[in-house]
Design a protein around this ligand. Structure first.
Ligand code: GAL
Length: 375
């Protein structure tokens, strides 16, 4: 399967960890529809680690925990499909998953067939308990080969955290997206650290195999499995803006039963989602003053000739951030400028000839769409 756009959906791990069950997944499916998330494009509902028994059955098959998932995965998948959603599941290249459940090592073809028989549309494939004697790229190729031949289109989500130079070989495995970092947890320190780690990854995303910057913490406010201190709404908006600019898959991690209006507004902004889904071109950073690391300006060219741009402020104080059109390929005096639109405020800010400067408060961002305009 050749994936055209980064996947959008919800994943159980960030909030629920091992506290998952059929009722929660059904409720989440219902909420993805009733809250408008499905309509906004979030169609994958992914069950992460901790769904199976600790042992395979006598034939070596994975077995869903009958206490947590009494109706089995096929019936649960049918429920998800009936809601107009797609069904995602989780396994691991190693002998065990990260939480100690059976991994797919040595069972790749059998497990791919099992997932296909349950109607799975998406497989997240983790990197724990990897046997030392086999290279990671070989193990991803095994599952990639198994999935491609299992008789069903299944998105292959490789989650090797960027280890072992993943970015150089992942496109040889059939993976549709690859995790470029270790886990993002719900705190400003973690978020800032993850953003800085993207500086040398920009050439390795886009169509073919999207750069997965990890699941979203938007709306978690410090609760749940990876909830630490929590973040402010402005920090969540900055997080979401950069993930979208970079063309990352956007997998919601908060508890949809608790979702407030601000979280919904961040997650369903159509102008920002459109920028995420427009992921052909390589994102880049442009020079912008003395602290480029702490106040990065990220840019991505869009398919219709516009640019998307994020002015991010990672400082603990407010700063003034400027971008110069020269760096976007627009020389002074050429007869064109850029019309600037604020995609969070849904406001046109006018046409600018050479530069555009704005004040950006601490731990927040401004996000714009620029359209080339004759002066
Ligand atoms: C980690 C992975 C997380 C989550 C977890 C489950 O390795 O990065 O996203 O899937 O395992 O145990």
């Amino acid at each position: 399967m050749y994936l055209q756009r980064p996947t959008l959906g919800w994943n159980s791990w960030n909030t629920f960890g091992n506290k998952i069950n059929s009722k929660l997944i059904r409720e989440t499916a219902d909420l993805m529809v009733s809250s408008g998330l499905r309509e906004a494009g979030y169609t994958y509902l992914v069950i992460d680690d901790c769904w199976s028994l600790r042992q395979r059955d006598k034939r070596g098959n994975l077995v869903p925990d009958p206490e947590l998932f009494p109706e089995g995965m096929k019936a649960l998948g049918d429920y998800i499909h009936d809601k107009g959603l797609q069904f995602g599941m989780y396994s691991c290249v190693g002998t065990q998953t990260c939480a100690g459940y059976p991994g797919s090592f040595g069972h790749e073809f059998q497990d791919a067939a099992t997932f296909a028989s349950w109607g799975v549309d998406y497989l997240k494939y983790d990197y724990c308990y990897k046997p030392m004697m086999v290279d990671g790229c070989i193990l991803y190729r095994r599952m990639g080969l198994a999935l491609k031949n299992c008789g069903r289109d299944i998105v292959f989500d490789a989650c090797s955290w960027g280890y072992d130079d993943t970015r150089y070989w992942i496109r040889t495995t059939g993976a549709n997206q690859w995790r470029s970092t270790l886990d993002l947890v719900d705190s400003w320190e973690s978020l800032k650290n993850m953003i800085l780690k993207q500086n040398d990854q920009t050439a390795f995303g886009g169509m073919g195999c999207f750069n997965d910057m990890d699941m979203l913490i938007v709306g978690m406010y410090g609760s749940g499995n990876v909830g630490i201190t929590g973040c402010t709404d402005e920090e969540y908006r900055l997080h979401y803006s950069l993930w979208a600019l970079m063309g990352s898959p956007l997998m919601i991690g908060c508890d949809l039963r608790e979702m407030n209006d601000t979280t919904r507004e961040i997650l369903t902004n159509p102008e920002v989602i459109a920028i995420d889904q427009d992921a052909q071109s390589q994102p880049f950073r442009i020079p912008n003053g003395y602290f480029p690391e702490e106040q990065p300006v990220w840019v991505k060219q869009l398919d219709n000739g516009d640019y998307a741009m994020v002015y991010a402020n990672l400082h603990d104080d407010g700063v003034n951030i400027c971008a110069c059109w020269w760096d976007l390929g627009l020389p002074p005096g050429c007869g064109y400028g850029f019309a600037v639109r604020d995609v969070w405020k849904h406001e046109d800010l006018g046409v600018y000839e050479n530069t555009f400067c704005v004040g950006v408060p601490a731990h927040s961002c401004r996000m714009f769409r620029l359209a080339l305009t004759k002066l």
